[in-house]
Design a protein around this ligand. Structure first.
Ligand SMILES: [Zn+2]
Length: 162
């Protein structure tokens, strides 16, 4: 939805780069993270996309730091947002990687975004960002339990009154 808003800003007054930057601004307004642009180059006609941001005030760093220093960058949901936003807005699969993270003791959280095919391990990475099928299964089981509970309640009512 944020990407649709970003796309709608594009027109006579805003170029592609400026409308792209609506995403990081929306992310900040939502209170998730402040994204400071370091580099942004978009030229889809020449299959070129490169972007780099510093993240300040990541809520995920606060969550993970309480568990001690992390071995791998921790800002996964923020990364999912950045990848999803860019992919939706540009109509090309974009993947962001967090190349340094304060949760690991680095000075700052820094992300780099490129067209997916430019990352050598893009297929394996895309798998990590996919919605977990387990969640769907959980919702399905929850719905079945609710149905069984109401069936059981109805049966008890019939036994009591019938
Ligand atoms: Zn981080």
């Amino acid at each position: 939805m944020d990407a649709e808003l970003g796309a709608s800003l594009r027109g006579e007054r805003l170029g592609l780069e400026e409308s792209f930057l609506a995403g990081p601004q929306l992310h900040a307004l939502q209170g998730h993270v402040q994204a400071v642009p370091i580099s942004l180059e978009i030229n889809l006609e020449q299959d070129r996309f490169y972007s780099e941001f510093i993240w300040k005030g990541s809520f995920e760093v606060d969550v993970w730091r309480s568990r001690g220093p992390q071995r791998e960058p921790a800002c996964w949901t923020l990364l999912g947002y950045a990848s999803g936003y860019a992919t939706q807005l540009l109509g090309r699969e974009v993947q962001y990687r967090e190349v340094s993270c304060r949760a690991c003791g680095d000075d700052n959280c820094r992300i780099i975004g490129k067209l997916a095919e430019e990352w050598p391990d893009h297929a394996a990475f895309a798998e990590l960002l996919r919605e977990a099928p387990l969640i769907d299964e959980l919702y399905e089981l929850q719905a079945r339990i609710a149905t069984l509970e109401s069936d059981l309640a109805r049966t008890r009512d019939q036994e009591t009154w019938g």
